[in-house]
Design a protein around this ligand. Structure first.
Ligand SMILES: Nc1ncnc2c1ncn2[C@@H]1O[C@H](COP(=O)(O)OP(=O)(O)OP(=O)(O)O)[C@@H](O)[C@H]1O
Length: 383
């Protein structure tokens, strides 16, 4: 229902810790954003800054073009028009479900008949029709989380903020709520910021993924984009379980330091032009780039299998190879921990040491802006 803009936002806590560093991000009206990153990367700080619980030390946060956090002005939490759901569904235990959900409307002075109508509507929307008379302790964990969601959307928020809102739920309920949340957000045209530890959930549910590390945005892009074109080796490692190998890329291919490995140039994905002299950097090798083969008892070399996990489509195998940990996949056969296996690396994404000149990476540098709307949406808003 609204646009959100972060413009060069810094957050430094009282103890001097800088949790956000020059964060700039434009979120389109009705966009579903998933914020991912390792623990301590600043996801919750970003969300809480937008909510108004944390004041940035520099930069501006705007909703619908109007600053809500700026050096000279700060809009109070309750006047930002946001809906929030956290991991722990903080429902008032002494209030019935309907009263819990209606509370924001009661605070806003909405009269009882209208409140009751709206409660019935949102209960229906979250799949809890008719449950308004129950107490929270008569509900399951998933139902309580739906109540929290209903309460967050009853006052038609401008932006919905979700902080690990599904994390306490077990599968398959979590998967169900995930898809309901996505379709509800689209039906209502909600702008959503969803913090999650779950990479698959982020990729499945969001229009755009924002990857944070150490308070900086490393990449923001559509799910297929961040998976196929990670901006840095770290993003490839975080989203795709890639192994990062140090080495040098030349006209023949990538030569890994300290490993009997050369990946031919044609199988190395890079923004560097052909004919560049030897360039030091890292090759991000995803598990599907690692081909494993059984090794006979009389053979030597290869890698030790550290763990081997069954998968429906492919088994995930952790390896120890010449002093490095690496992850690969097998299909059709599954090695056991302690086995020796042959390793072939058939490709990877190359990241040169140091920053690349922008002309070498056009699709990776403009990712903090929302993608253009699809043709149908442009026609609708234009006409
Ligand atoms: N009030 C505070 N004072 C000082 N440092 C803080 C404060 N709140 C958070 N931090 C620090 O700021 C950094 C970012 O914290 P934040 O909670 O945003 O990370 P996160 O990405 O949400 O982590 P997690 O995934 O573990 O929830 C962390 O290093 C954290 O320790």
């Amino acid at each position: 229902m609204s646009t959100v803009n972060f413009d060069s936002v810094d957050v430094t806590f009282a103890d001097g810790h800088q949790a956000l560093r020059s964060v700039s991000l434009d979120i389109a009206d009705g966009e579903f954003i998933a914020l991912v990153g390792p623990s301590g990367s600043g996801k919750t700080t970003l969300l809480r800054s937008l909510a108004g619980f944390i004041s940035p030390s520099a930069g501006t946060i705007s909703i619908d073009g109007a600053p809500v956090s700026a050096p000279e002005s700060l809009v109070a939490v309750e006047h930002r028009g946001l809906g929030m759901v956290f991991q722990q569904h903080a429902l008032w235990p002494h209030m019935k479900v309907g009263e819990n959900i209606a509370y924001p409307l009661k605070l806003a002075g909405v009269r009882r008949p209208r409140r009751e109508r709206r409660v019935a509507e949102v209960l229906d929307l979250v799949g809890l029709a008719g449950m308004g008379g129950r107490r929270p302790d008569q509900l399951s964990g998933g139902q309580r989380q739906r109540v929290a969601l209903a309460r967050a959307i009853i006052h038609q928020p401008r932006v919905l903020l979700l902080d690990e809102a599904l994390s306490a739920l077990d599968e398959p309920l979590r998967a169900t709520l995930r898809s309901q949340l996505q379709s509800m957000a689209k039906d209502l045209g909600l702008t959503v910021l969803h913090v999650t530890h779950d990479r698959s959930e982020a990729l499945a549910i969001a229009d755009r993924i924002v990857v944070l590390d150490q308070g900086r945005i490393l990449q923001a892009g559509r799910p297929a984009e961040v998976v196929a074109q990670p901006a840095t080796g770290f993003v490839a490692q975080f989203l795709n379980d890639a192994t990062l190998l140090n080495g040098v890329l030349d006209s023949h291919g990538f030569h890994a330091d300290g490993l009997p490995l050369m990946v031919p140039r044609r199988n190395v994905s890079t923004d560097l032009p052909e004919g560049e002299p030897s360039v030091p950097g890292q090759l991000a090798v995803t598990p599907n780039h690692v081909v494993l083969s059984p090794v006979g008892p009389e053979e030597t070399g290869g890698a030790d299998v550290v763990s081997s996990l069954y998968g429906r489509h492919a088994h995930t195998v952790e390896l120890h190879w010449s002093g490095r940990r690496m992850r690969g996949e097998t299909a059709g056969w599954q090695p056991a921990p302690g086995d020796l296996v042959g390793v072939d690396v058939i490709g990877g994404l190359f990241f040169p040491e140091g920053p690349l000149p922008p002309m070498h990476r056009p699709h990776r540098s403009e990712s903090s802006r929302p993608p253009a709307p699809p043709r149908s949406a442009r026609t609708a808003s234009g006409g």
